[in-house]
Design a protein around this ligand. Structure first.
Ligand code: ZN
Length: 187
């Protein structure tokens, strides 16, 4: 999760309630059309968010919905989905109250928590109008946008966007209210 924090946090975007039919089912049997990058500790099912059959979604999950970490699994997921499945959408779906950034202490999660605390203190200085909870929510959104931003810079993703109409989407889910949002960047 290394990124230019300040430029990301200044990004202008809207949170738009997510409609279930935002992506239409392709109805091509056995054909995944979506790479879904989700968080391991979110209890959100992809099919709760989108009215798309489960078999049309290739799911890649890890703690923090990170695709930019360069590990073999994440790299393979991108390659598999772009080269073989030729998916039409990549969705990074984060969620509020993520254990990764909320509950880290001196344990294995400590590194993540420290990074988050650092970002949180930057944010409180740059935008004093947000209270603690709003800052957490905003950062969870920013982390999703950071992953989408990283994806956009990958040559294979860019090529698929230009030549095959691949689309990238940033989602965040609110478990408490049971509602998903799209993060739509202002142009
Ligand atoms: Zn999580």
């Amino acid at each position: 999760m290394t990124f230019d924090f300040l430029s990301l946090v200044k990004k202008q975007y809207r949170t738009v309630p997510l409609e279930g039919d935002f992506i239409q089912p392709s109805k091509i049997e056995g054909k995944e059309q979506i790479l879904w990058v989700g968080c391991s500790d979110s209890s959100v099912e992809e099919t709760d968010v989108l009215d798309v059959p489960r078999e049309e979604i290739f799911v890649h999950r890890n703690l923090g919905n990170i695709i930019s970490n360069g590990d073999l699994s994440s790299e393979s997921a991108i390659e598999w989905c772009l080269d073989l499945l030729k998916v039409k959408h990549i969705i990074v779906c984060g969620h509020y109250d993520c254990a990764l950034i909320d509950k880290g202490d001196g344990s294995a999660l400590g590194g993540w928590h420290k990074l988050h605390e650092l970002n949180e203190s930057h944010l409180s200085k740059s935008d004093s109008s947000l209270n603690y909870e709003c800052r957490h929510r905003k950062l969870e959104e920013v982390y999703v946008l950071a992953e989408v931003d990283w994806l956009k810079r990958q040559p294979s993703v860019r090529r698929a966007m230009e030549e095959e109409g691949l689309k990238l989407h940033a989602f965040v889910y609110d478990k408490e209210r049971n509602v998903g949002y799209r993060l739509v960047e202002e142009q």
